[in-house]
Design a protein around this ligand. Sequence first.
Ligand code: BGC
Length: 770
Amino acid sequence: MKGRNKIRKIMPAAVAVLSLILTVSCNSEGGKKSEMDGFVGNLMKKMTLEEKIGQMNLPTAGDITTGQAKNSNIAEAIKKGEVGGLFNIKGASKISEIQKIAVKESRLGIPLIFGMDVIHGYETVFPIPLGLAATWDMKAIEEYAHIAATEATASGICWTFSPMVDISRDPRWGRVAEGIGEDPFLGSAIARAMVKGYQGDNTFSGNDRMMACVKHFALYGAPVAGRDYNTVDMSRSMMYNIYFPPYKAAVEQGAGSIMCSFNEIDGIPATANKWLLTDVLRKQWRFGGFVVTDYTGISEMIAHGIGNAQEVAVKALGAGVDMDMVSGEFLKYVKRSIKEGKVSEKEVDEACRRILEAKYKLGLFKDPYKFCNPDREKKEVYTPGHMAEARKIAAESFVLLKNEGNLLPLKQNRKIAVVGLMANSGANMPGTWSVAADFSKPKTILKAIREAAGRNAKVTYSEGSRICLDSALSKNITSFGKIFPDITRSDAQMTAEAIKNAKNADVVIAVLGECSEMSGECSSRTNTGIPDAQENLLKALYKTGKPVVLVLFAGRPMTIPWEDKHIPSILNIWFPGSAGGDAVADILFGKTAPQGKLPSTWPRNTGQIPIFYNHKNTGRPLEKGKWFTKFRSNYLDVPNSPLYPFGYGLTYTTFAYSNLKLSSDGMKPDGSITATATLTNTGSRTGTETVQMYIRDMSGSVTRPVKELKGFKKVTLEPGESEQVSFEITDSLLKFYNYDLKYTSEPGDFKIMIGGNSEDVLSADFILKK
Ligand code: BGC
């Protein structure tokens, strides 16, 4: 308070300026672009160069930090106008205190923008994004994002570092957990749904929507050897056809900001890549929002080897970066670089303008505390309604990989042995990047099973083993405070207890796999199987001869060939979030049926990586159904096919596909064809199927993938019921970027495929005539 009074005395003129700004903004905000231009233009006329550069600075307040950066004296910096925004601070009252410093104690009173990694939920955590992708349910994903926005904005956050739409074909890379899988079509649909859920109609007229920040632009999901932060080297054709579409879709949906990636592109880090940030993003895609770096992205370019601190700051600004996350190099070097003629004041003006525009669009000039409402925070965060939705969506994300003899769903009132350290951990449920989660809240799977198993059930529990035997992994799995209880017994002792319980049970539920921090940032693995200690345990449980249900925690496509061969039922639950315990019980006991489908291919072993369904045919393709033929493209030791293909997932009933028909066997670019297949529920329970439509361009001016997803629909059918499922094929579905990167379709033969996954499909042919 003292400090504030002092500043008021010293700068009455500043206060007058501030009130003028606020009055003007109140009248104009939310209005037309010209009004925004006028407002921001007027404000910028009053700003010093230092204040403009200050807007381009995004330090972290130290509440939750990633990376190595240290920050101090944030409040002083805010008062001096050296801060444009802050991130990963939790709580409406804390944020409004900080906002007050900016609004009342800085010369022009420009409000801060507050960001956070609301990646798959705020306090109500939903499944990890890869799990959300497995729902193939765009309404559910939009609903998730709206709930996340509702909670975060009630707590002061108006900007989320999401969606992360990095395509990845490499399960070794730990950040596949945060992404959308391997497919550009599905990924683009998810990108649109998430931006829509976060931003609504892009007007931010209410206070329950926040600005999206699409990341990590670009190609971050393709690091060499799957090692996080590693070099990327990719053809332009691959960029445009496979990796770019989801970012572009998010931009087209109106995403207000974009984050550049850590990796290099053609030898120039994304953060300094003018071709990427200006030519592609701004000129080709007409992106009108602002670009923020990733955490210390600018200073890391010194280690990349493209210049000293000043040089990399100049390169980033020149390339099109508007805001510097954490490195502080803009603050240090931009003014000096203008004097030295290395950058122009115009570039600073443009960057500053874009950031002020974002604040204007969010409504922060009109009401800097628009998103800081402790009443809303009390009422709208972690509500029963949000938890119910999180439970429903979690159940929808689970993928039933195997279910021999219909072991699932389980009958109630039986003797059940629940085994596995993670079955009894609530803190493990949210999964990676759950910045705002309260880890003491999620119900454990064990508790949920106990509640759902029936009054006469007998449920035993044993830890069974550690997560993994001693390795770097065991030390690196507890970030963000998610700590498993201290294990004092040996694995042998724990396993002996588990076996005893298993022998006395009718069925064993083994809750195993990766724990939370084995995926996510800086969590690459070269062995993507179930960690050794748990794998040993599972083998011992299998030997008891009791039926085993494997409930699998997975932050990536895993390699589980032994499990697939021996364990009768495998339910992949990803990291299911705050309400995941109940969702698991709902599925295990058949209250709801699984319906998730894999958004990425699951390999047989890590040597097959990268493996993806939309590959090219090569000149020596292996004949279908064969394992190996000499001088064909294949392996000596493993078939080409994956363990589980893209789009795969079972449920408690069965579906049959028949009678694929096309409305015509030829079309012109201005026409369309309808493809219709009959889907029949051939089992004895109601079920939901995601019907997938793929297209192959049989011959082109450049080689084309053997199939590409071009449509999908979720259909629910009663036992015995059939439905005609149709897809309209238009020229836009046949287009691709050709050798000259022109987006076009080419006349010739096409194949349409429809089925329940990318491998088991019916097909029919047509011709595109031009
Ligand atoms: C991550 C980003 C994240 C940022 C801010 C970085 O380490 O790569 O995805 O948004 O930190 O927390």
